[in-house]
Write a protein that binds this ligand. Structure first.
Ligand code: FAD
Length: 457
């Protein structure tokens, strides 16, 4: 059982949606909060930047990190009603210059996050342009946070101690690359990771191969198809093969979907497992990201192994270090903002002493039972934090979200929220080209807006 006085001063790392919500919930429970943010503004991933990293594949650990992975044309892939925080619905503001579409562009998400921060007075908690370089446990049980002003002199690290640290650094900046592509090392073309994709103009009249078939690959392939000579999307996912047919795309006559690359050749050709060949100029790796905590020093207590961050009790607390350090936003294939809200409420409740955690042993048992369950189901480690399985829409439950809600004293996910999330994922598969502008879940939208009345003053 934690005491309210033990965890008074809390550091939050990151002022993206997760860090903003964590800061709000922590302060709401009476804690002193400082948010460290490397960038010069809040919003995390949603701050679009035309700038790309010096190493387009992200191999160089000393490269300057650009936190944003959004491209100029990006519109949300979830509807605004279920995407927004529960306590601050993401409704059109009606203000001039704002984007009122149900699946708005990335600028609107940033404006929404700025509105959220303004509404709850969060700006004054944020130290901008501070790059956290070290988080470690001291012998007195406090957490040392060392940080450096971005652009400051080398060697000018500053250090402060905190009772607890909440890690909200996001997981969309450290590229994961496709491995085992025979011949790729000698292939002479240009390679980039989707983290560094911004606009299609650079691909004018080029032959582009995209590896991967998740949301970013689908979006970027359509974005590029307008100007590229040919676009070839390759996927190892069987689901992609079932949901979208291999071969030429029915709408875009310069876009093909192939199974994986068989061989990259020294003369620039790429051959695919379906026997077709393209003489390609560029490969874009749309292959996801790695969980990455370069600042974290826990003497090996918390590790990242094949994208499993562990051990974490319920994806949040490492049992041996809880509740002094916690992680918000590790899961994926979720509605992230709602999840951040529930996780933040739980963490804030625990740190304020309102809620208690099971013993370290019980938490560890829970983690081990969870890992055994994954293993028994044949789910690979890299999917440890995948909350929903997009291939099995019908079997979805909001078990994890509802567990968090009940643990932290919030109502469970609303029925409309669940239905809308499932419906929008389903539509994204079935009407890939139109799901952002054509839908048939107006009844759920109506229920959502009825619900929002209690949060809108
Ligand atoms: P981030 O938004 O990445 O924020 C992390 C913050 O931490 C950043 O500001 C970063 O600068 C800061 N930081 C990191 N390390 C340090 C450090 N050492 N010191 C100081 N500060 C640090 N979600 C949706 O709900 N709907 C969508 O349509 C959607 N589309 C997406 C499209 C793309 C291309 C991507 C990449 C993601 C998309 N997402 C979408 C998921 C998106 O990541 C989440 O919505 C959300 O932005 C993640 O929030 P976060 O706060 O966890 O991380």
């Amino acid at each position: 059982m934690t005491s309210p006085l033990t965890f008074k001063k809390v550091a939050v790392i990151g002022a993206g949606p997760a860090g903003l919500m964590a800061a709000h919930m922590l302060r709401n429970e009476g804690l002193d909060v400082v948010v460290f943010e490397r960038a010069a503004q809040l919003g995390g991933c949603w701050v679009y930047s035309a700038e790309v990293e010096s190493d387009l594949l992200g191999h160089d650990p000393t490269r300057k990190i650009v936190p944003s992975s959004v491209y100029a044309s990006l519109r949300t892939n979830s509807p605004r009603e279920s995407m927004g925080f529960r306590i601050f619905p993401f409704v059109p503001t009606g203000k001039v210059g704002r984007d009122s579409r149900r699946f708005p562009g990335h600028q609107e998400v940033l404006r929404y996050l700025e509105d959220f921060a303004y509404e709850f007075g969060l700006n004054k908690l944020i130290c901008y342009q501070t790059d956290v370089r070290h988080v470690g446990l001291e012998t007195d049980g406090k957490w040392m946070v060392k940080y450096r002003r971005v652009g400051g002199d080398k060697g000018s690290d500053m250090a402060e101690t905190y009772d607890a640290v909440v890690v909200c650094n996001g997981h969309y900046t450290e590229p994961q690359l496709a491995d085992n592509i025979p011949g790729i090392d000698l292939w002479p073309g240009r390679q980039i990771h989707s983290h560094n994709y911004r606009v299609p103009e650079l691909y004018q009249d080029q032959v582009v191969v995209l590896i991967g078939h998740a949301s970013s690959a689908v979006d970027i392939s359509r974005d590029i198809a307008g100007s590229a000579k040919e676009v070839h999307v390759t996927t190892r996912s069987e689901a992609a093969g079932k949901l979208a047919k291999f071969g030429k795309h029915p709408v875009y006559d310069n876009l093909w979907l192939h199974p994986m690359i068989e061989q990259a050749h020294e003369d620039g050709r790429i051959s695919f497992q379906d026997g077709s060949v393209a003489l390609a100029d560029v490969i874009i790796h749309c292959t996801g990201y790695k969980q990455h905590f370069p600042f974290l020093h826990t003497n090996g207590v918390v590790n990242v192994d094949d994208n499993r961050v562990g051990p974490l009790y319920k994806h949040v607390f490492p049992p041996a270090l809880a509740p002094g350090i916690s992680f918000i936003g590790v899961p994926f294939y979720v509605d992230p903002f709602f999840l951040f809200e529930l996780q933040s409420k739980w963490v804030a409740g625990v740190l304020s002493g309102r809620l208690s955690l099971p013993s370290e042993e019980k938490m560890m048992e829970d983690v081990e039972a969870f890992y055994s369950e994954l293993e028994a189901k044949g789910i690979p480690k890299r999917f440890t934090h995948r909350i929903h399985d997009f291939k099995q829409l019908s079997g979805w439950s909001y078990e994890y979200e509802d567990w968090l809600a009940s643990e932290s004293g919030c109502p469970p996910a609303e029925e409309w929220r669940k239905g809308m999330y499932i419906a929008s994922v389903d539509r994204a598969f079935k009407q890939t080209e139109t799901f952002r502008d054509e839908w048939d879940d107006e009844d759920l939208v109506l229920q959502a807006y009825k619900d929002f009345m209690q949060y809108l003053s």
